[in-house]
Design a protein around this ligand. Structure first.
Ligand code: GLC
Length: 747
């Protein structure tokens, strides 16, 4: 007993020591920030809120000004973006050290899916449902970016997106807030590591706050109009998850939300983010979005734009120059209180202290470290593994895959077979001198894989776009010599991304005609579809022998594709977004309401919520993806069938690998609240587990259902769980439900 008491006392003393140490550190940082703030002139304070694009490259409309160096020397600039590499960042930091107070610059960059080592586009990575892999990918990106002088990445993009016409679906994690929240958390942890100031960590920047992915018509930068309830239930959760993971910064968005531009939206930035959620980091505008409030028609000029944005909680002005040109006058005119500026400056200075930049402004600019880190072979291995986990097997007739390694002849055909940079997708980083020679093409990946006895034939067949079929004859001739044809088709990498909204999301050009011609040879055709978004490809879906959705897989694309084609990796990815049969179905997502006249199938279209001319079902649903093996679900058990608000149900289910290949299965758990004061979706993803099973192996896995998983925002925006019956469904996709049960929540 005595020993126990001593242990408890010791634990308490240790806890209070740690707590006091941390709070002392925080206090000392706050004191340091205050001590710098007291020295600053108004002009220098405004300088910290001013971010310029460097002149290496641009990710938006450029404003040229020729005295950046002079402005930095006068302390009128706080940060640069699109400035990469130790040499370049070191030079700019040297200029900043000539300013009166020597406040270091922050260097930010869109490191969205890798820096030198390019990983799959984020939507592709999301298809892995592998949170560890996703975190590791961000970790490698942060390690490489920080070794190249960067302090800050403008990622993760966490916008929920349910309209594949919107080109920026490629940057996020798809349509579901539960999956999106977990992936946002993984990415923030990967980028920021254990804590800021670790040399392998960079600040994350959660974007685009908020609801940018709901742009009407899928047209980029378009308006967003939704109820607060939908905003809270679907679009805000990934932001809150990222904040809870410690995200250092947020970026607001170009869109207006219910008529108020996000950049000038105090409900979003003050009431929610800095108020209710208590965010202590800082908010940066999105490229010129402060000035764009004039176009929105929300303010009449730059003076009012600056006033609106700083008042609404936008701390840093990316590229618009409206803070630099107007804030001082707004203070003099008593239109804003200096306290607004002081608060923004303190938020930014605090991050510069946390990054250790006041101790050593050049700590991230070390040539030797950059050289070593950017040539670490481990990074390529990780990229290859993450890429293979991102490939979705959509179809595999006659089990044509995996290919035998003794296969005699393969015809590898298509406009993307020998591409290099296409594999990087949109939002790759142009790293001077090191990027384009480090990509494994799809052709090279197969050459690396096949043995001396396998004959690899090639034909381009056609271009990505255009109507020219003159290459078909050569492709057909090559196909006729082969045991199997692999056809790699899709988009150009810059057909999906920012400002790349498309009204027609079919596979462009005559690529599907090429498939038809190749199928006419009678050979099995395995199709690789390369894209940044869900495409419409019904002919391919209905006629190809097998289909792998390969997104854009990055630097190790070729090796990863070969690993899956030959079964060294059994595909396990699941779609993070619904794939429509036609653009006419959009928006289409699995967690929809039932409506008063539910359309339950395509057979009966009378007096229900269906199309008269189109199926109500997507071509491929959220959570869909095949494996080379098969999985059986059995023995579903619930520890309780009637629970109170404080109870937790223990759910167990047995999964068996009933096929002949070892493999991973993403076991998905969906719930339906049958009756609610706000109608509830027909199902919502509430948990999942990705498990590995050897051929023939069985595992029993557990889930826990608590009040949190039963709750939703009611009419008063209160997060509540209402008594009533719930359906529990567990399956291999949102439509492929294998086992189900129900339970009741009593009051
Ligand atoms: C772009 C994008 C944003 C990016 C920023 C800086 O316009 O909207 O996601 O981080 O500008 O490149």
């Amino acid at each position: 007993m005595y020993r126990k008491v001593l242990l408890i006392i010791g634990a308490c003393l240790l806890f209070s020591f740690i707590h006091n140490t941390i709070s002392a550190q925080k206090k000392s940082l706050a004191q340091k920030v205050d001590s710098v703030l007291r020295l600053m002139t108004l002009e220098e304070k405004i300088g910290q809120l001013n971010q310029y694009n460097d002149d290496q490259s641009a990710t938006g409309p450029v404003t040229l000004d020729n005295d950046k160096i002079g402005q930095i020397k006068r302390g009128q600039v706080g940060s640069l973006l699109n400035c990469v590499g130790v040499a370049r960042t070191r030079n700019w930091q040297k200029v900043a050290m000539q300013s009166r107070l020597k406040i270091p610059l922050l260097f930010g960059q869109d490191v969205i899916h890798g820096y030198k080592t390019t990983f799959p586009i984020p939507l592709g990575e999301a298809a892995s449902w592998d949170l560890e892999a996703i975190q590791q990918s961000a970790r490698v990106a942060a390690t490489e970016a920080s070794a190249s002088g960067l302090h800050w990445t403008f990622a993760p993009m966490v916008d929920i997106a349910r309209d594949p016409r919107w080109g920026r679906v490629m940057e996020g994690a798809g349509e579901d807030p539960y999956l999106g929240s977990l992936i946002a958390t993984a990415r923030v942890k990967g980028f920021q590591g254990n804590h800021l100031g670790d040399l392998n960590s960079v600040m994350a920047c959660v974007k685009h706050f908020a609801a940018y992915g709901a742009a009407i018509g899928g047209r980029d930068y378009n308006s967003v109009d939704m109820s607060d309830r939908l905003l809270w239930e679907v679009y805000l959760p990934p932001f809150k998850a990222a904040l809870d993971a410690g995200a250092a910064t947020f970026m607001n968005s170009f869109n207006d939300l219910n008529g108020v531009p996000a950049t000038g939206n105090s409900y979003l930035q003050r009431t929610i983010l800095k108020g209710k959620w208590g965010f202590k980091g800082f908010v940066v505008s999105d490229w010129g979005s402060i000035g764009e409030m004039i176009n929105h028609g929300n303010v009449k000029d730059g003076y009012e734009a600056a006033q609106s944005a700083i008042t609404a909680g936008c701390d840093m002005d990316m590229e618009s120059r409206n803070y630099k040109n107007n804030l001082a006058k707004l203070v003099v005119d008593k239109k804003i209180n200096i306290a607004l500026i002081n608060d923004a400056v303190k938020r930014i200075l605090l991050k510069k202290f946390e990054l250790g930049l006041f101790d050593d402004p050049f700590s991230y600019s070390n040539e030797a470290r950059e050289k070593a880190v950017l040539n670490n072979p481990e990074h390529a291995k990780i990229a290859r593994s993450v890429a293979a986990k991102s490939i979705v097997l959509l179809k595999n007739d006659n089990n044509v895959l995996p290919l035998s390694k003794n296969i005699n002849t393969i015809a590898f055909i298509g406009p993307l077979v020998k591409s290099l940079k296409q594999n990087k997708g949109f939002w790759d980083v142009e790293v001077p001198g090191v990027d384009s020679d480090y990509i494994v093409s799809q052709w090279q990946g197969l050459k690396n894989k096949v043995g001396a006895n396998t004959n690899l034939l090639y034909a381009k067949g056609c271009e990505i776009e255009g109507t020219n079929k003159s290459g078909f004859a050569e492709a057909i001739a090559v196909a006729k010599q082969a045991d199997v044809v692999i056809l790699s088709i899709g988009e150009r990498r810059d057909m999906t991304g920012e400002a790349k909204s498309r009204s027609n999301i079919s596979i462009p050009g005559v690529q599907e005609d090429l498939l038809k011609a190749l199928l006419a040879t009678g050979k099995p055709v395995v199709v690789l579809i390369n894209s940044g978004r869900p495409l419409v490809f019904n002919y391919t879906a209905d006629h190809a022998t097998a289909i792998l959705y390969t997104w854009w897989l990055g630097s190790e694309a070729g090796n990863a594709i070969a690993d899956v084609l030959f079964g060294d990796v059994n595909p396990s990815a699941k779609l993070p977004m619904s794939f429509p049969v036609s653009v006419g179905q959009i928006p289409i997502y699995y967690s929809h309401f039932n409506t008063g006249r539910p359309a339950l199938n395509d057979a009966n279209r009378i007096y229900n919520s269906s199309y008269n001319d189109l199926s109500i079902f997507p071509k491929y649903e959220f959570g869909y993806g095949k494996s080379y093996t098969s999985f059986e679900y059995s023995k579903l058990q619930l520890s309780m069938k009637k629970i109170k608000q404080t109870d937790t149900i223990e759910v167990s289910v047995t999964i068996t690998n009933s096929g002949k290949y070892d493999g991973d299965e993403v076991v998905q758990l969906y719930l339906r609240d049958r009756v609610g004061s706000i109608v509830r979706p027909i199902k919502e993803l509430k948990d999942f587990k990705k498990i590995f099973l050897k051929a023939g192996e069985s595992k029993t896995i557990q889930f826990r259902i608590d009040k949190q998983k039963l709750s939703f925002y009611n009419q008063q925006l209160k997060w509540v769980a209402e008594p009533g019956d719930f359906d529990l469904m567990i399956g291999s996709s949102s439509r492929d439900i294998r086992v189900k049960d129900s339970f009741e929540l009593v009051n």
